[in-house]
Design a protein around this ligand. Sequence first.
Ligand code: F6P
Length: 545
Amino acid sequence: MDIAATPEWAALSEHHAAVAGLHLRDLFDADPERAAALTTTGADLVLDWSKNRVTRDTLPLLTALARAAGLPGRTDAMFAGEHINTSEDRAVLHTALRAPRATALAVDGQDVIDDVHAVLDRMGEFTDSVRSGAWTGHTGERIRAVVNIGIGGSDLGPVMAYEALRAYARRDIELRFVSNIDPTDVAEATRDLDPATTLFVVSSKTFTTLETLTNARVARAWLLAGLGDDADVAKHFVAVSTNAPEATAFGIDEANMFGFWDWVGGRYSLDSAIGLSLMIAIGKEQFAEFLAGMHAMDRHFRDTPLEQNLPVIAGLLNVWYVNFFGTETHAVLPYSQYLHRLPAYLQQLTMESNGKSVRGDGTPVTTATGEIFWGEPGTNGQHAFYQLIHQGTRLIPADFIGFASPNHEYPVDDETDMHDLFMSNLFAQSSALAFGKTAEEIAAEGTPAELVPHKVMPGNRPSSTILARKLTPSVLGQLIAFYEHVTFVEGTIWGIDSFDQWGVELGKVMAKQLGPTLTEPSPDLSGLDSSTAALVGRYREWRGR
Ligand code: F6P
């Protein structure tokens, strides 16, 4: 189906023509109930989407489009384990990873919930033994540092969630993350660690990823150099993978492997065994709360009518901007320093999922797809790039994310609380973006005429605000599941397979082919394009080869 050829799409185009010229100032003035009407709650999250370039007619038109695209049926198919990842012929069942033990779900003849909980139980036992000190390294000392080695979904989720939940983590076990094949990453992560008290978690869905296997080999050499060649490596290395034979080939004991399944995409895998390092940091009980939060958002998404459904509303708004306003990027602005890796995590989730140019059946898309997600925590971003969002020529929809209660209380003086100061910035920024400041208002303040145009704040810059009471493991789980489903909603409208990532393969193959040209004594560079051949030549010269 060509979504852009549907009557629902045409209706939205027509609606856009009517709405595009309206200013949020006027929309709010004309409708005193607007904020209440365009605020929706799901699980513990409140989504205020009233500061978006919409009228009360917009959402019904967008949900009609969602129905035309078959969103409800596709959602059911995903939760039921149908093979909606068509290009890889796989089920897409990250939602099963957080389903309660009592849930029944057979996929391809196998009870997946039993499998999920069997692995969670083993992770829990292992976590307890590391946290209690029962698990010891080669010299009999307890583990003081856990280093997760992985990349992409095997890194971004764990590191983002660990950073987000530091307030809930054990501080006497340090977590570090090594992802890049740049040797500096592993060097810096290990330089001040004691091999006797360090545990490596090698996380790789495929266990064939060059970066991860290389870093794991270097880590093993570092361990042996520190502990001696007869060191019991099994006490310092565990693996998280769907590929047990490759992990065995690497030398990891099967007893120290934690599996998952091909129906978990890498960027959707934080809640699988890929979350082992996080579980060690926060404990199995709080990890269970994190999973329960994800499940609460799953239920909200699966069971709530489209018009009151948080991920549906947010996903459709993104489609509204990308396809009708022609926006290209989307800012994520968490007012929580703990969420400083959330934008990077969302970049993989959204851009690896929806950066596609063909539809499920292989035919070219007829609409723009994907958005460039980016961002930084507030208030840091305010002093860096907000200028462009406020006064630049581009329209950049933004998500503000904030929490009522801080994880740390700091009264600044008798009247001022630090968290209040922080949050006042969030509310001020979203308001300034929406309503701006007119030339008349600026002139009325006595601003010299020649400065007025520079100070005009056009406003009408859209944003949504996601508010929760506090950043807890459960709320983080809800936020992640929210964005997973937002991504799914957008992909469904665009008719693409949001669960494959063929586009990353070519570069991997070429890096493998190119490798020898950097090291061989007299490589044949004739197969390379002239630019790459020249770069390789210069690199070799500078490396003294
Ligand atoms: O870059 C592609 C990719 O396959 C991602 O989708 C994935 O998260 C990452 O590589 C790491 O893969 P693996 O977990 O198999 O090492």
